[in-house]
Design a protein around this ligand. Structure first.
Ligand code: GLN
Ligand code: ZN
Length: 763
């Protein structure tokens, strides 16, 4: 018999219940007990939803972040919160976000304010975790309360709980040594705490423990590989069975290592590493369980169950009851329930599976393995019909788009002239001063904008009324920019709810869910659009708005677009063609928009690639391939323009050290980046690499309500000029201003313009 289990379930709730419960608590509108009860209710609901599995995860629930939970379990709290003597949950939120609930701040006087923990991407997902902090003196002490409580709750519901913890090596790997000490030196101190934790589980009657070591899918040096041996040797004598879970990629040269660790089972992500299963079977001891992640935990597509069974049945024949099946990774990365999607087109909906539907698929696979395909003949036939309908659908496949892709050649991404020639043509047309000023695109999304949008969506406001409301906002943004004396203006993006959704909604090949929320960090969720078919642009998407804005001023107006790589990286994408092909389709569609803007007389066009860096694969050995097609897609989008059309791009970061050559390869005339908070230190990348075109290093931290002073901005720009020739510098904020208030933006930009003027004088 094959065993079914799950690695983790989305905790945010099908209606984002956890988000709302957290935000109420933080605002002081509910009590700690109410928040804890909301968490318990969600856990209970999710265990009931998973009850038909042989093992369900426990401990995967977190109020904020599972890595931060692990830090608390291991007693690894940053020094700055150690003296807090209020409730532990409030202290947890202090680490997570710098503060707890309004009423939890009764300890503000005695315990002081704290800096929030640093947040970073969880492997190659769009989930962000709180980075564990270490130094040479870090000590660990076990706090089992959370896990013991959750295992008890699951038991009381009658489900077979399998605690989920982050393994010791990955835990160290995820963290940061604040004093640059060797993190691995902490392993001997950490292992006794893990051993004690496992003993607690054993005492509670736990049978299997899932111990997550996704660091095994990354490139590890000998020291880290040795750490795995040390760690699991030390934990092998405990009285629970360990299922070592890897996911998000292939193990490659870590496969043999993983197979020989003294654990009782190994989970492999068969979506990414199916061709490693044979080797795993060969290398695993013949008593070990092999858990196969046969259903994609990262996308929203139905699995092809019949095709999966072809290879799973063979594996089952080999392994018998040593075979476990599961989703490839925790379902944290997919929305909860497709059945809520009443507005989704029925045919597209028939191709999809969210978390609950993925668990149904798992059940069907298990029944087919354990009782024969005939026992689930109807479910398999329905699945085959859905897969076939998607494969053959003319809504997915467009001959015209495929032909356009086939016609792509190198010339498409090539500007007509070199940067120098273009720069002088652009200077002649634009007539900009030294240190030109601009902004990144959006201006505050005011209450009036949101109100107009929601009235338009509900039908209270007609299209003409909505357009008029947006035009009023655009006019306001233009007037403000003129009054401030900015050099290159923007229309302010009032009409855009989201920089990806706005384009997705107007492109053919995209669908939108109503409740398809996925946790990004803490209480923040995103609803990625679903790229389901070949992409095309039925008509211009931005030209009318930009032309309207341009007509309000005699200053240059910048056209504003989102680039193909960012649209791709922030969407659920197709699994039936390479990402690079989807990206090229997006590139061709946005290219048409670029050319239409140019035709409409727009001389400066910005194509945002906020998420280009996020798409980097986990393994460095695969970076080159990704960067090659990502950069090529950008070039296809941008580079069909005339010499005197100036292309800008924007990126929400500037850790460029390792990819700067690729960034330069995009050949944008101007790139604006985020640098203000690092005091321009992030510009170090430009010390060794002579970036050939113009750069606007952000001088205004838009994530903070603080107003930067003129002196501070001048100071930052002088630092920038130490690395980049002054004649190639622009003066601009770090990112868009949509989350700020006009009252903050105006004085900040006034100081920015004044700083640029004083730089011009002293130049
Ligand atoms: N143009 C977008 C804006 O200004 C860019 C946002 C981003 O980079 N995340 O809002
Ligand atoms: Zn940005």
């Amino acid at each position: 018999m094959a065993t079914t289990h799950n690695l983790g379930f989305p905790r945010i709730g099908a209606r984002r219940e956890l988000k709302f419960a957290l935000e109420e608590y933080w605002k002081g509108e509910s009590s700690r007990e109410q928040l804890k009860a909301a968490g318990a209710a969600l856990r209970a609901r999710h265990w009931n939803d998973q009850a038909r599995l042989d093992y369900v995860p426990a401990g995967d629930f977190a109020f904020y972040d599972q890595v931060l939970d692990m830090s608390f379990t291991l007693g690894n709290l940053p020094q700055r919160v150690r003296d807090f003597h209020g409730d532990a949950l409030d202290n947890y939120f202090r680490v997570a976000r710098g503060r707890s609930a309004t009423h939890g701040e009764q300890h503000a006087a005695c315990c002081g304010g704290v800096a929030a923990g640093e947040m970073t991407k969880w492997f190659d997902t769009n989930y962000h975790y709180i980075v564990p902090e270490f130094d040479a003196n870090t000590q660990f002490t076990l706090d089992v309360s959370r896990l013991v409580e959750q295992i008890g709750e699951a038991r009381a519901l009658g489900v077979n709980a399998k605690p989920v913890i982050i393994g010791p090596v990955t835990y160290l790997w995820l963290g940061k040594a604040k004093d640059d000490s060797d993190k691995l030196a902490l392993l001997p101190r950490l292992l006794p705490v893990y051993a004690a934790l496992l003993d607690h589980f054993a005492a509670q009657g736990v049978d299997w423990v899932q111990i997550d070591e996704p660091a095994l899918v990354t490139e590890l040096d000998a020291e880290w590989r040795d750490a795995f041996v040390t760690a699991y040797d030390a934990l092998s004598a405990r009285r629970v069975r360990l299922l070592l879970a890897t996911y998000f990629g292939q193990l490659q040269d870590n496969l043999a290592l993983a197979c020989k660790l003294p654990v009782d089972g190994l989970h492999i992500d068969a979506i990414n590493a199916r061709d490693e299963i044979g080797d795993a079977v060969a290398h695993l001891p013949d008593t070990a369980v092999l858990s196969v992640g046969a259903i994609n935990g990262r996308n929203i597509w139905k699995s092809d169950l019949n095709a999966t069974l072809e290879w799973l049945e063979a594996l089952h024949g080999q392994l018998g009851s040593r075979l476990w099946i599961a989703p490839s990774c925790s379902l944290l990365h997919v929305p909860v329930d497709l059945t809520s999607e009443a507005n989704l087109d029925a045919e597209i909906k028939s191709w999809l599976a969210f978390a609950l539907q993925k668990l149904d698929e798992l059940r069907v696979l298990a029944d087919a393995l354990n009782h024969g395909r005939a026992s689930v003949a109807d479910a398999l036939a329905a699945n085959a019909a859905a897969i076939e309908s998607r494969r053959a659908s003319t809504r997915v496949h467009s001959a015209a788009v495929k032909a356009a892709i086939a016609r792509i050649d190198a010339s498409l991404g090539q500007r007509k002239s070199s940067y120098e020639t273009r720069a002088s043509a652009q200077a002649a047309i634009l007539g900009l001063p030294a240190f030109p000023t601009t902004t990144i695109g959006s201006f505050p999304q005011t209450g009036e904008i949101r109100h107009a949008r929601s009235r338009f969506k509900s039908g209270e406001l007609d299209a003409a009324g909505y357009r008029a409301a947006m035009e009023r906002e655009i006019t306001r943004a233009v007037r403000e920019q003129e009054a401030l004396g900015l050099d290159v203006l923007v229309h302010g993006e009032a009409e855009r709810n989201d920089m990806v959704e706005y384009f997705g909604e107007q492109l053919d090949g995209y669908a939108f869910s109503q409740f398809g929320w996925v946790q990004s960090y803490g209480s923040r969720c995103v609803k990625p659009p679903i790229l389901f078919g070949d992409i095309s642009r039925p008509k211009a998407m931005t030209v009318e708005w930009i032309a309207y804005a341009a007509a309000q001023t005699s200053k240059p107006m910048k056209g504003m677009l989102t680039g193909p790589v960012t649209i791709l990286n922030w969407s659920f994408v197709r699994d039936d063609q390479p990402r690079s092909v989807s990206c090229n389709q997006l590139a061709l569609a946005i290219r048409e928009e670029v050319l239409d803007l140019e035709k409409a007389g727009v001389r400066v066009i910005q194509i945002d690639e906020a998420a280009l860096r996020e798409g980097l694969p986990l393994r460095r050995s695969q970076w080159g391939e990704y960067l090659r097609w990502a950069v090529e897609s950008f070039r296809i989008t941008a580079n069909g323009v005339r010499d005197d059309t100036q292309i800008h791009t924007h990126m929400c970061y500037s850790e460029f050290n390792d990819i700067i050559a690729s960034i330069a390869g995009m050949d944008a005339d101007v790139i604006t980046i985020e640098t203000s908070r690092s005091d321009m230190e992030l510009l170090d990348a430009f010390d060794d690499f002579n970036y050939p075109n113009q750069i606007g290093p952000g001088v205004y931290d838009i994530h903070s309500p603080n107003i930067p002073s003129q002196e501070h901005i001048v100071d930052l720009m002088r630092k920038a000029a130490e690395r980049i020739p002054a004649e190639r510098l622009w003066v601009n904020p770090d990112c868009g201003l949509k989350t700020r208030q006009w009252e903050e933006v105006i004085p900040a930009l006034r100081n920015m313009v004044a700083a640029a003027r004083s730089l011009r004088q002293s130049a």
